[in-house]
Ligand binder design. Sequence first.
Ligand SMILES: Cc1cc2nc3c(=O)[nH]c(=O)nc-3n(C[C@H](O)[C@H](O)[C@H](O)COP(=O)(O)O)c2cc1C
Length: 156
Amino acid sequence: MFGTGVTIITTRSGDGTLRGLTANSFNSVSLSPALILWSLARTSSSYEAFAQATHYTINVLAADQLQLAQRFATRGIDRWAGVAHEAGAGGAPVLPGSAAVFECAHRAVHEAGDHVIFIGEVLACSHTPDTPPLLFHGGQFYTELPLAPAVTDPLA
Ligand SMILES: Cc1cc2nc3c(=O)[nH]c(=O)nc-3n(C[C@H](O)[C@H](O)[C@H](O)COP(=O)(O)O)c2cc1C
């Protein structure tokens, strides 16, 4: 019942293999320095790649990237087939069209039960204005529905 955004977190292994998974555990930690966190299941097929990674990219998804979110949460497929991407910091893939992008350097890892918590330092970030977000709540995907009317200009 905790509504979140949705990200795809990506990295590039030493042998050049691209890895990525859909994750909603992303959150902000610190402003100075700029730190973020996310958690990864130990059982994930991406675990070894991220445990070794020096850099990763947090791609915050837009509503029209729903199919990418589903694809990067599916086991046993080539998640990268036909997916456009550019190299971000450390070669970690950036997904064009994302609502926001955080290019991160690995800083710390904390063991936490059946997950590990990664803390990354934001080296670069960008966003696409006026992009409807992809949201996740109660096991379903959504996009935004404003609760208040847009602010009107009193001088207009
Ligand atoms: C909305 C959503 C959020 C998810 N968040 C996480 C997460 O924060 N951490 C995690 O390890 N897996 C998360 N998953 C599952 C991963 O996407 C996972 O990679 C997927 O189940 C496939 O397993 P694999 O990583 O072993 O290939 C999430 C899945 C969905 C659909």
